[in-house]
Structure formats: C-alpha cells, structure tokens
Ligand binder design. Structure first.
Ligand code: PTJ
Length: 264
C-alpha cells in the first residue's frame, strides 16, 4: 500500500506497514501486531514524544550499560522489524552482545531474526542453539545462551513480557526495559523502566552512552542516585498532568457553526 507523505499520521502508518510486512515475512507474530496497537494507544496518551521522566530513565540506562561487564540486548520479532539498525548501533557502541529471544519461538523465526540483526551490523548475535535455561520461567523465553543473557550482568529488554523481566531480576541482573505501557508488569518489575517508544528510546540511550563513556564519575553518580520508584511516579504524574491539560482545552466548535460565522 502506498501511503501519501502528506497524511497527518504518515510515520505511524509507515510503522504499521513495516510490521505487517514483517508479519508476512514470518518475522513478527500476529500477537506482535496486537502488542503494537497497545503501545500506540499509550503513545497517544504520552503525546508521542520522549517525556522528561523517560529522558531521565534513558540516561540511567546508559550509565548502567556503560558500567556493565557483560551487557546484552535482547531482540524479539517486533524489535527486529522496527529498530534493527538502532539496536545494532547501540550494540556496536557499547559493545554489547545481541541475543534473539522469542516468546513465540520457532527455529525458523530465530534464524530469520538473527540474519536481520547481522545484516544491520550487530557485531555478535546469539539465538540459535541456546545452551542454558533461565530458572523459574515456563515459556520458551527461558531458552538462553551462557555467553549471552544467562551470564549477563545488565540486560536491555525492549517490548518484553513481565515474566521474563521478573525472572531476570531474580537472577540478580539489572534489567532495563523499554515499554510504552507504564502499568505493565515489565515496567513495574524492571530495574530501569524506560516508558518510551523503542525507536525514540534507543538512539537517545546511545547518545547518552557516548557522553558517559567519557565521564566515569558522572556514570557512577547516576548509577548510585537513580531512583526507579521516583522515576515511575514521575511518569504517572506526567500522564495525570497531560490528561488534565487535555480536559481543560477549549472544545472545538462544530464545523458548520464555524463556517457560518466566517461568512458573516
Ligand atoms: O517476537 P516474540 O515471539 O518474542 O513476541 C513479541 C511480543 C511483543 C508479541 C511479546 O513480547 C508480547 O506478547 O509482548 P507483550 O506482553 O504484548 O508486551 C509488549 C509491550 O510492548 C506492551 O506493553 C506494549 O505497550 C509495548 N510496546 C508495543 N509497541 C511498542 C512498545 N513499547 C515501546 N515501543 C513500541 N514501539
């Protein structure tokens, strides 16, 4: 389908089209399309921009990633379809291992997504032939790599489900999530929840990584002072404030009335 550039929701329609194409190519699962819709609904509420609390979380995420000894970025179907280049750039910059980890796992899908990540330029991509299991996790998401998620100290999990976030936190890892839903179990369980759109969040984290790699004192200060509860509370306050602003906005006049007045 050709989407006219003049369409007021051009970017959003392009993203949807990308996901549908990725679904047809066996990269995204149908459940991923539902997840995207949920994300978009929250993005409307957030104003489709990176909020101030998200920026704070993105800087904290960068600080933990810079200090990590074995950082890993977990990639699923939606992330590969929407943000493979952004993931690859961050992985190169750190450097971090990329591990394909799927909820609806099949070897064929893992193979396709590994290829996408390699083509995007990620230096090390794991996912095929996992050799470890994340404890207390029943789903196929438990399958992991010793060289990757299993031994990682910091794991970045964009568009995650709450169970694995919780299991990884229980293993003692610092878990950084990217999820537009601030009420999801993922956002509530993660060590550093980023409530932002994945394609906005990743380049911002990468920018902060570049800055903090040159400033170990600031990195250490952020890791000590970051307050996840306070940050999530700020996200909820932001939503409250935004809905308040929308509620107070004067109502648009019905079109017919406006035209009649203009003609007078
Ligand atoms: O590829 P698979 O098999 O691993 O499956 C991937 C999905 C996304 C289907 C799977 O992880 C899943 O079911 O996830 P959930 O539990 O639906 O959670 C996805 C979360 O991502 C939801 O809370 C959405 O609000 C959020 N989300 C959706 N699109 C975006 C997003 N967050 C940030 N950026 C987005 N573009």
């Amino acid at each position: 389908m050709r989407i006219p550039k003049s369409h007021p929701r051009y970017e959003s329609l392009i993203r949807r089209e990308k996901l549908v194409r990725a679904w047809k190519a066996g990269i995204v699962v149908p459940e991923g399309l539902i997840a995207h819709g949920r994300g978009e609904a929250f993005d409307y509420l957030l104003g489709e921009e990176t909020t101030a609390p998200a920026l704070v979380a993105e800087k904290a995420a960068a600080a933990f990633l810079v200090r990590a000894k074995r950082p890993v970025i977990s990639v699923n179907g939606n992330v590969a379809a929407l943000a493979s280049s952004e993931v690859a750039r961050l992985a190169k910059r750190l450097p971090a291992v990329v591990e394909v980890n799927l909820f609806h796992r099949s070897d064929a899908r893992v193979r396709r997504i590994v290829r996408i990540m390699r083509d995007a330029g990620a230096p090390t991509v794991l996912g095929l032939r996992p050799d470890a299991t994340i404890p207390h996790l029943e789903s196929k998401r438990a399958l992991a790599h010793r060289r990757g998620i299993y031994r990682a100290d910091v794991v970045l999990v964009p568009l995650e489900d709450g169970d694995r976030t919780e299991a990884l936190v229980r293993m003692g890892k610092t878990v950084i999530s990217i999820d537009l839903n601030p009420l999801s179990r993922t956002s509530r369980m993660a060590s550093v929840p980023i409530v932002d759109e994945v394609r906005r969040a990743l380049p911002t984290v990468e920018k902060f990584v570049r800055e903090l790699q040159a400033d170990p004192d600031e990195t250490a200060r952020i890791c000590t002072e970051y307050d996840r509860r306070g940050n999530l509370a700020a996200v909820y306050s932001f939503l409250e404030w935004r809905l308040g602003v929308l509620a107070r906005r004067p109502k648009a006049k019905p079109r017919a009335t406006r035209n009649r007045r203009a003609r007078r």
